[in-house]
Write a protein that binds this ligand. Structure first.
Ligand SMILES: N[C@@H](CCC(=O)N[C@@H](CS)C(=O)NCC(=O)O)C(=O)O
Length: 110
């Protein structure tokens, strides 16, 4: 089941029928992982909808292998957004803040 989510998680922000749409961000994580908790906190702060997927702890599990191939990192958290996979909590947070924090701020300023 998780494999199906992995292979079908090319979501993010895209255009459908000429309209800009936002699909759900997937967060591949361990629930107890502090780096994952930091990313969850930022996603919530930025009010970005996401689905958290608890992945197996075994690095040789096929799901972990796929995540490694797609993200280039052997650890969690990894997010999939806009058809790309980003690993490492600092990189993820940087990406999210760069792409979503300004928009959030400008909306507040309006
Ligand atoms: N520098 C990484 C560290 C992430 C990290 O160490 N994650 C641990 C869980 S807290 C992990 O994936 N461990 C799994 C493993 O080593 O196989 C980040 O900030 O995302």
């Amino acid at each position: 089941m998780t494999t199906a989510i992995l292979s079908g998680s090319e979501g993010g922000i895209g255009v459908q029928d000429g309209r800009k749409i936002m699909t759900t961000i997937m967060l591949y994580q361990f629930e107890e992982c502090p780096f994952c908790a930091k990313v969850r906190a930022v996603l919530r702060e930025l009010k970005l909808p996401f689905i958290a997927i608890d992945v197996p702890h075994e690095r040789d599990d096929p799901i972990r292998q796929q995540l490694l191939e797609k993200s280039g990192v052997p650890t969690v958290p990894v997010i999939s957004i806009d058809g790309r996979y980003i690993g490492d909590s600092q990189k993820i947070i940087h990406y999210l803040e760069e792409h979503f924090k300004k928009r959030d701020t400008s909306e507040k300023e309006e």
